[in-house]
Write a protein that binds this ligand. Sequence first.
Ligand code: HEM
Length: 400
Amino acid sequence: MAADRTEPTIDFLSGAFWGRDPHEDLTWLRAHSPVHWDGNVWGITRYDDVREISKQPDLFSNAGGIRPDAGPIPMMIDMDDPEHWQRRKLVNRGFTPRRVRPSEDRIREVCDEIIDRVCERGECDFVWDIAAPLPLIMIGDALGVAPEDRQTLLEWSDGMLRGLTGDPAALGAATEAFAGYTEYAGQVIADRRAEPRDDLMSVLVHAEVDGDRLDHDSLVHESLLILVGGDETTRHVISGGGWQLLADRSRWDRLATDPGRLPGAVEEMLRWVSPIKNMARTVTRDVTFRDHPMEAGQKLLLLYPSANRDEAVFDDPFSFDIDRAPNDHVAFGFGSHFCLGNSLARLELRVMFEQLLARLPDLALVDEVEPTCRAANFISGYEAMPVRFGPSRPRAGLSS
Ligand code: HEM
C-alpha cells in the first residue's frame, strides 16, 4: 500500500470516508501525520498511541460520550472510573465465564436453525440470512425479547445506532426507537423482578455488588448498550470474515480440514474487519501529545481499523492470514472499557463458522466483486453478500 502521495483531504466524521475503503488514507496518516487534526477532531492512527490514550482516562475521558458529534448517554461506556467500574462490576455479573461458556450449545443450536432455514434453497444473502440473525437472536433471548419481536428489536437497534452518528436526519427515528425500546424493556424488567428466569436481564435486575444495584434507568441504558454494542458488530465480522475465507478458497479449505485453526482465524477476522471504526475521548485539560498541543474539550478518535493495520506492529498487515501469531489486535478496544461482550462474540464467530464449514462445505460467493460497506462513521460493514451452495436437507425431524 503506497504511503508516498499527496496529503489526502480527511474528514473522520463523514460517512463517505468510512463507506469507501479508508485504508489508503489511514496508511498515509500513520506515515505522515499519525496524530491528525481534521478541523473538528483529532484522529489517532497508530497502534501504540491508541493503547496509550486508552490507558489515560484522567486526560482522555469517556464522560463526554463515545461519539464526538453527540452528547453522553448514561451508560457505562460514557463514564469514567470509579462510576464506570461500579457499573461494569454489576453488568459483568451477566458475562462471567460461568454464564458465557454454557451458551456454546445454545449458539450451535441457533446456528443450525439459521442454516436449516436456507439449506434447501441453494442460495441466500450471507449478510441478512446468515450473519445478522445469530447476534440478534442471542441478544434478544438474553434481554427477554419474544421471538416474534426480534425484527422490531433489529429496527430499534439500527435506528438508535444511526442516531449516534450525529446525522440530524436520523435523530427523529432514533428518538422513536429509544422510546419503543424503553417501553419494551420496562415490561421485561418488571416481569423479571417479579419472576426471575435464566436470562441476562434477570441477572442484571437482581445483580448486587457491595450493596449496590442497577436502578430502573440504568437497567434500560445498560441493556441498550448491550443491544447496540453486540448486534451489528458481530454481524459485520461474520460477513467480512466470511468474505475473506470465500474470496481465497484455500483459507476455507484449510479450515475445513483443520477446524482447530478457527480460533486463530476468528482473531484475524476481528483484526481485519474492525467493525467499530472509532471511539471518541474528550481531552480533559490542555496537554501536548506527541508534540501536538491539544485543548481541553477537544475530541479525539481512537481509529481501531488503522491501529489494526499498523505496519510497526503487524507483519504484512494487509494480508489476511488465518495463522497470524501473535495477533494482539485492538478490535475490542483496550484498557478499562475493553469490550465486555468479547467472549460471547468470539464464541458466536467460532461456532457459526464451525457449522457453516460442516453443513455448507461448498459455500461460494456469487459475485467476485467485494461488497461495499454502509457509509457510516461509527459501525459499518457489508450490506449484502449473495452466496450459493449445493442444496441439502434440514436436520432430521426439523422443517425449514
Ligand atoms: C465483534 C463484536 C464486537 C466488537 C468488535 C466490539 C467492540 C467493542 C469496543 C471497541 C468497545 C470499546 C472499548 C473501548 O472504548 O476501549 C466495546 C465496549 C463494549 N462492548 Fe463490545 N464489541 C463487540 C461485541 C459485543 C457484544 C456481543 C456485547 C454484549 C453482548 C458487547 C458489549 C460491550 C459493552 C457493554 C461495552 C462497554 C464496556 C465498558 O464501557 O466498560 N460488545 N466493544
